[in-house]
Write a protein that binds this ligand. Structure first.
Ligand code: HEM
Length: 148
């Protein structure tokens, strides 16, 4: 069973309606850390603009992947250690691709910004705290894959 708020978050991220969550996310991400764009490349060619990045299926698919991982963590709140091995290996994978560890903070901040803008009143300060607390657990577990 999926948490309704997370379903709403995922729907927001997968839609390109008026609230345009992926756009908010990507604009914020590259506003905070423009150099991150070089890490999102597929078929070995880096994107040359934010527009190009945003309109690529691979990039929007990756946002969906991030949300799926967070959702899995929400589903396993009572049994987070069951996700531990997966998260460590996910971290290891990102380390191998050359992603700087600190960039995960920028991703978290941008996701929160986009969700807050898209969800409006539904996104209370409690939601904010619960979400950022959970995201922090996910990335700190992923960070254990660094250097492994
Ligand atoms: C895979 C980049 C952060 C979850 C990938 C790939 C790239 C990438 C290039 C491989 C291609 C693909 O599957 O799309 C990045 C960058 C990040 C970042 C640049 C930060 C700036 C995250 C975070 C999460 C995440 C925070 C989850 C909380 C995933 C997943 C995959 C993936 C689930 C697929 C792994 C697999 O195929 O086994 N990422 N990522 N990523 N990423 Fe990230």
């Amino acid at each position: 069973k999926s948490n309704p708020l997370f379903l709403e978050m995922q729907t927001l991220f997968c839609s390109t309606d008026g609230r345009n969550c992926p756009l908010m996310f990507v604009m914020r991400l590259f506003e905070l850390q423009p150099e991150l764009i070089v890490h999102f490349h597929y078929h070995s060619v880096p994107f040359s603009s934010v527009q190009e990045c945003l309109t690529s299926t691979e990039f929007t698919e990756h946002i969906r992947k991030v949300m799926t991982v967070i959702d899995a963590a929400v589903q396993s709140l009572d049994a987070l250690p069951s996700l531990e091995e997966y998260l460590i290996s996910l971290g290891k994978k990102h380390h191998a691709i050359g992603i700087p560890l600190e960039s995960f903070n920028t991703v978290g901040e941008s996701l929160l910004f986009a969700l807050e803008s898209g969800l409006g009143d539904v996104f209370t300060s409690d939601t904010h705290d619960a979400w950022s607390g959970l995201y922090a657990i996910v990335v700190s577990t992923m960070s254990r894959g660094w250097g492994k």
